[in-house]
Ligand binder design. Structure first.
Ligand SMILES: [Zn+2]
Length: 237
C-alpha cells in the first residue's frame, strides 16, 4: 500500500471508531465507582472496596415503618422525599422500611442466618456483605401502610402503592430493580418493594424498555456468586 492509501485506511478506522455506538445513545453506562449513581452491584459485581460506605448519607424525611430513621445518599434521599410527597398527594400510603445498610449490618444480617441455615437458604434470603445494593445508599425498600400483611412480600405487587410506583417511580429516578421472572439475570427473586435510584433519565429509559439494569447496561447476567461459600473474612467479625 502506498503511504497515501495507508493514511486513508487509518483515517477510515479512526472515523469508524468515533461513530456513536448504540450504548452511547442511552442515558448511562454501568459504573464500577461506588460513588456513582450508576454503580452496578450484583452477585458478579461486589462493591469495591467491599466495605464501602457513602460519605453523603442523609436522613430521608418520609414516613417509616420502623422506629429507626432511614438513610440514603443525599441525591436519592431528596428524590425519595419528592416521590413520597407526590404519592401522598395521590392518596397512596407508602412508607420506607429500609434504606442504607452498612457492610457491618449486612454482615450481621447474613451471618446470623448463615450460622443457622447454611449458604443456600441464606443466599436466597439476603445478599452477601459487600454485594447488597442497600450498601450503596441508593436503594430503599417500601411498604404499603394499608397492607401490612404484604411487607416485603410478593403480595405488595397487588397493592395500589405498587401500581403507583410501577407507573411513576421513574419520574423520580427510581427503578423497580428486581422485576418478576428475572432471577436468572439479576440474581434476585421478584422484589416489587425494592427501589433503586439511578437518576430520572436512566430510570425513564429502563422503565420504557422494561429492562433489568443488567440488560439496559448490557452487562452479563449475574445469577450466581463465583464462590460457593461467602468469604469468611466478610462474616460477622
Ligand atoms: Zn431491598
Amino acid at each position: 500500500m502506498s503511504g497515501l492509501a495507508e493514511q486513508v485506511v487509518a483515517l477510515g478506522v479512526i472515523a469508524l471508531a468515533q461513530l456513536p455506538q448504540p450504548q452511547d445513545l442511552q442515558a448511562s453506562q454501568a459504573s464500577g465507582d461506588p460513588d456513582s449513581i450508576h454503580v452496578l452491584v450484583n452477585r458478579q459485581n461486589p462493591l469495591e472496596p467491599v466495605d464501602y460506605s457513602p460519605d453523603d448519607l442523609a436522613e430521608v424525611g418520609v414516613r417509616t415503618s420502623e422506629p429507626e430513621p432511614v438513610y440514603l445518599r443525599e441525591e436519592a434521599a431528596e428524590a425519595a422525599e419528592k416521590l413520597f410527597e407526590e404519592a401522598s398527594d395521590d392518596g397512596v400510603s407508602l412508607a420506607a422500611t429500609s434504606g442504607y445498610r452498612s457492610f457491618e449490618s449486612q454482615a450481621r444480617l447474613y451471618s446470623a442466618r448463615y450460622a443457622e441455615h447454611g449458604v443456600e437458604p441464606t443466599d436466597e434470603f439476603a445478599a452477601r456483605p459487600g454485594y447488597s445494593e442497600h450498601q450503596t445508599g441508593l436503594a430503599v425498600d417500601v411498604i404499603s401502610i394499608d397492607n401490612p400483611e404484604c411487607i416485603l412480600g410478593e403480595c405488595f405487587h397487588e397493592t395500589p402503592e405498587f401500581d403507583w410506583l410501577e407507573d411513576g417511580a421513574d419520574d423520580f429516578g427510581f427503578v423497580i430493580r428486581y422485576p418478576e421472572g428475572m432471577e436468572d439475570i439479576t440474581g434476585f427473586a421478584y422484589e416489587p418493594w425494592h427501589l433503586r435510584y439511578v437518576g430520572t433519565e436512566t430510570a425513564a429509559e429502563v422503565a420504557e424498555r422494561d429492562l433489568t439494569l443488567e440488560e439496559y447496561w448490557r452487562e452479563p447476567a449475574a445469577p450466581e456468586y463465583d464462590d460457593p461459600e461467602p468469604d469468611p473474612e466478610h462474616l460477622r467479625r
